[in-house]
Structures are given as C-alpha cells and as structure tokens.
Design a protein around this ligand. Structure first.
Ligand code: ADE
Length: 235
C-alpha cells in the first residue's frame, strides 16, 4: 500500500485532510502531532496518509518534512496551504500549483550544494513532480477551480506591502508567495522523493500580518486540502 505525507504549516491547512482519513491514530513526535490514517481511492484500494501541521517558516517545515520521511517512508510528499497572490490575473481562492519553487533571501550557490560531489553544480530552484501536477490539474479542472502551474516564492517573512511585493516579483518572478514550499521541495529532493506544493490564494500580499492573523483563512485552506485529498483518491 502506498503512503503519502501531507503537510501544512497551520492548523486550518490540515484540518480537512485529517477529517478525510479513516482508521485514525494521532501521536506526538518530533515536536509535532501526526495524524495517520487511510483514504479509499476511486479504484477501491487504500492509501496510507500521514498528515501534520509543521509550523510556519522554512526551518519548522523542513524539520517536519524530514521527520515524516524518516518515520513513514512516504512515496510522495504533498504540501497543502495558502499563499499571498502576486499575479494580477489571479484572484483570492484561485490555486497556484508550485511548478517551480524559489527561495527568497537565499544564496543558492551555497545552499543549493547539498549533494557530495556536485559542489560546482548547485541547485537553483525546486520543482513539483510532473505526474502529481498533471493529476492536480485534472482535479482542479473537474472541481472548476481556477488555477495555474506557476512560480512560488518562499521566505521567512510575511509579504504585506507593495515594496516587498515588487521586490519578490523582481527577484523571483513568482505568482504567489508563502513561507514553506521551497523548503518542503528542498527536503523532498534531498530524499529523492516526488513532491507537490498546492497553494490557494488567501490575500494579495497587502495586509499586515497582525490584521491577517484575525482573518478566517479556513475557506482557502480547505480549497487546497480538498485538492490534496482528491489527488490521493486518484492514486
Ligand atoms: N501566506 C499567505 N499569505 C502570505 C503572504 N502575504 N506572505 C507570506 N506568506 C503568506
């Protein structure tokens, strides 16, 4: 039976994934609460899912991703969550699939060199798995969710003013900005695993985080979670 790790940064991003599981167990490990269970596929087989809230930012999510990979040996890793919109053709609750994931404020000449013997060929960016993107694209089309496969920028700060937006777009060409995607894809790449980053747009990167924190993001988090669950059902 195949196993999929599904990770979010915040409670709202994982709530609907955990509630789609049967045969649930919940354990506290490595500083996170991991919900394990199964999802029945459309073919009638079952897939194991390990779902967890990793916390915000690249370090929290990298540690969580590596923990789930070690503990569950998944066949693929899916990140499901929300992001700030940077693309004028997109709107709140549209979805960006992370075809390309780029860090903000990170010198990839140094950080992209993790494989022994490949020091002079550092990785500059990360990519979601083509097959997972294809399945996600079909799920989104069937659910009539407006979406693109685009560039996602990842940094350890909330983007909430026009100057930062302009800088992120200039440096990365991104369609959406968030705080974890590239780190999840980075850890998956180190482990040779396929990854998919799904982001539903929750804001236009123009809202101060203190205000944003008061918003109910569950509608957008649920959009991404529904896609993740439906992808697993098509496995
Ligand atoms: N996640 C959701 N919105 C975001 C934003 N504006 N900046 C960074 N991460 C986000």
């Amino acid at each position: 039976m195949s196993t999929i790790a599904i990770i979010g940064a915040m409670d709202e991003e994982v709530a609907n994934i955990a509630s789609a599981l049967s045969d649930i167990t919940v354990t506290e490990e490595a500083g996170v609460s991991v919900t394990r269970g199964t999802i029945e596929t459309n073919k009638g087989t079952r897939v194991n899912v390990a779902a967890t809230v990793g916390g915000m930012g690249t370090v929290n999510i990298a540690a969580t991703t590596q923990h789930l990979i070690d503990a569950d040996q998944p066949d693929a890793v899916i990140f499901s969550g929300i992001a700030g919109n940077l693309n004028t053709h997109l709107h709140i609750n549209d979805v960006v699939l992370g075809g390309t994931l780029r860090y903000l404020d990170t010198d990839m000449r140094l950080v992209g060199q993790w494989k022994p013997g490949t020091a002079d060929q550092p990785v500059e960016e990360f990519h979601s798995d083509d097959r997972l993107i294809e399945v996600a694209d079909k799920v989104l089309t069937d659910l009539s969710v407006h979406h693109i496969t685009g560039i996602i920028a990842t940094g350890n700060y909330f983007v909430d003013d026009p100057k930062k937006v302009e800088q992120v777009i200039r440096e990365t060409g991104a369609d959406a900005v968030e705080m974890e995607g590239a780190a999840v894809a980075h850890v998956a790449a180190r482990n040779g695993l396929p990854v998919l980053v799904i982001r539903a747009l929750s804001d236009n990167a123009d809202t101060d985080y203190v205000e944003f924190k008061e918003f109910d993001i569950s509608e957008y988090a649920d959009t991404a979670a529904k896609i993740a669950v439906n992808i697993v059902k098509r496995m």
